[in-house]
Design a protein around this ligand. Sequence first.
Ligand SMILES: *Cc1c(COP(=O)(O)O)cnc(C)c1O
Length: 384
Amino acid sequence: MSIKQTDERYIAHTYKRFDVTIVKGEGCLCWDDNGKEYIDMTSGIGVNAFGYSDPVWAQAVAEQAQLLQHTSNLYYTAPCAELAEILCTRTGMDKVFFGNSGAEANECAIKIARKYAAEHKGEDYYNIITLHKSFHGRTLTTLAATGQDNFHHTFLPLTDGFLYAEPNDIEGLQKLVSDNKVAGILIETVQGEGGVNALDADFVKAVERICKENDIVFMVDEVQTGNGRTGKLYSYMHFGVQPDVVSTAKGLAAGLPMGATLMSKKVSDVFSYGDHGSTFGGNPVCAAAAISVLSRMDDAFLAEVAEKGSYVKTRLEEAGYEVSGLGLMIGIKTKKPVAEVLSACIEKGVLCLSAKDKLRLLPPLNIPTEQLQKAVDVIIASLS
Ligand SMILES: *Cc1c(COP(=O)(O)O)cnc(C)c1O
């Protein structure tokens, strides 16, 4: 059987794959089993921040794997301690919990909000407000947090206590908070899976204000927007707000499973021994990868991400398309069905993503200008 046939036979059909078998990658390029070359504008859905098999990243991973790959969280290890310090120093947050995925980072955030509220207001203050069109993960609790009905049906009942507000509707949010006993509000500043919709700056500010006024935990899901993707280390930094909790994953370890939940001083002592845990959380190899990733994301690097994002936006707008997003997290309104655009791009050797009815681009953050130009040429040709 071919790889495709074996996969179709033995792997649960939860993913609708493209008819491409990728066998190797280098930087922003990858090759399929026929030797066809592709420019990658997906980063494995916002994960491979430095592209495929980046040599600096690979060396950090290999060195740690040869030294100490896992210990359990019963012992101290250097990489996760060092990574936590870097994350706190660069965000002004106070403490970190490490997990392995975006969903796990959000589960942790939700537990923090609930325990904070239980201790400060009472156990009936358990509601979490999220936004329509949001995406927060696939576990039964993060599915409940995901404000899209199509993900919910056939999996009911989900975790109780989630309420949904309309993005950018400050009054509606205020009313939900007034009418219910609320523990926390969880937002993505740019809704990724929901269609690459950036929230209005006024709304993000209002979420922070409403949380402060009501002693509610303000949580930002930076699973997709974090770790340099939008041209800032974390996207909340564009909005002049300081969340109480930030969850992140995807690009953090640039290709290894790692999630982190960052806690401000307000909530950093909410958890005590035994309240939460994760066997693989803070794994030394993943942590070493993340240290390497963050150490390369200085101001100059982040400015380049923003610049490349503007370049793509300008090119597409000049070609007559509506563009949304921030930095190298880009959504494009297509005139023909997005599936046709994706196929045309694959045909011409460029891998792209979709989000709802938009074309979505999440290229490696270090994509060379020349490859970016080539990919944009192909995308514009495929859009028409
Ligand atoms: C991808 C994503 C998640 C889920 O992350 P997993 O690692 O797949 O669990 C959660 N929130 C946002 C905003 C995401 O983009």
